[in-house]
Design a protein around this ligand. Structure first.
Ligand code: MLT
Ligand code: MN
Length: 303
């Protein structure tokens, strides 16, 4: 199977529109060590012709134009994008659905919870219901999303610890970390398995077992340290408060994955405050020394 990183940054992207922080200034100035990144999404394909998007980033239009495999090939109107699978209801996961209006058939896969969010928001009616199938998935049950040359591409959604989307938080209260609001997606073609987990609040025993033996894992790389946004003066929230585990530290991602048997590990959904984005940072060197790659837009992987 084929996978392409359409966007590697967390919500806001890199640089973020209103950020004048040093790293965003570097990205804007064309510094080759601080490459811009759009908001997180990957595309997967069995045959390189039909593609499934994992999340619909607010930057989707730009991502489609940047990746010729996603351009129309036939007739006056067509698209190789046959489906979109959603890991949650966050803006950076669903806003790109609005880009996919214009009466084009495809299927939206997501949990009942995410479909409820879409159904409750009339702006998503721009996806004509007679053409765009809204398909609820059951956790832990693989769904066949493509077939080619006798092979099948399946997606399996599974719960990871997370929180409600930011815009659904109750004012004045801290949302609990729960199961079922945020999911990871396993993509399998009968030979290989890759995982897409752009948001995860904590590593659990069950998640360790599930990931063990995977060929490739794209994992939540939002923050390097839990309080980096506070220390940089960029915001009042910790990573834990936002539903993201951090890369560094005793309970961090590097430590959590150290004993897992995984072919390739790639950080994705990386916030613009995270120094791992910078090719010349000590944090990048530490991540690479621990066996992690840092996703960038346009990164291609073949399994
Ligand atoms: C997140 O990943 O925590 C959310 O995308 C935050 C947001 O919605 O801005
Ligand atoms: Mn996000």
């Amino acid at each position: 199977m084929f996978a392409i990183v359409l966007g590697a940054a967390a919500g806001g992207g890199f640089p973020q529109w209103n950020s004048h922080a040093p790293a965003c200034r570097r990205a804007r100035s064309g510094d080759r060590m601080a490459r811009p990144r759009t908001q997180a999404s990957i595309a997967v394909s069995l045959d390189g012709r039909s593609w499934l998007l994992l999340n619909a980033s607010p930057d989707l239009r730009q991502q489609i134009e940047a990746n010729p495999c996603l351009h129309p090939r036939d007739g006056l109107r067509s698209s190789p994008i046959v489906g979109v699978a959603l890991t949650g209801g966050d803006v950076d996961a669903i806003a790109g659905l609005l880009t996919l209006r214009e009466r084009q058939p495809f299927t939206v896969y997501g949990t009942r919870r995410v479909h409820d969010v879409l159904d409750a928001n009339p702006i998503f009616e721009v996806l004509a219901r007679d053409l765009v199938v809204r398909r609820p998935v059951v956790l832990d049950e693989p769904v066949v999303v493509a077939e080619a040359a006798g092979r099948r591409l399946t997606l399996e959604f599974f719960s990871v610890p997370g929180k409600v989307p930011l815009y659904l938080e109750q004012a004045g209260s801290v949302p609990p970390i729960v199961e079922g609001e945020t999911v990871g997606i396993a993509v399998a073609d009968g030979r290989h398995r890759l995982f897409f987990i752009p948001g995860c609040a904590a590593m659990t025993e069950a998640l360790c077992r599930r990931l063990s033996g995977a060929d490739l894992v794209f994992f939540d790389g939002t923050l390097w340290t839990d309080d980096e946004m506070i220390r940089a003066g960029l915001g009042a929230k910790t990573g834990a408060r936002m539903g993201h585990m951090s890369i560094d530290g005793p309970a961090g991602t590097i430590a959590a994955f150290r004993s897992l048997d995984i072919g390739r590990k790639i950080l994705i959904h990386i916030n613009n405050s995270n120094p791992v984005l910078l090719d010349d940072s000590p944090e990048r060197a530490l991540a690479e020394a621990a066996g992690w790659d840092v996703a960038h837009d346009g990164m291609e992987v073949t399994l």
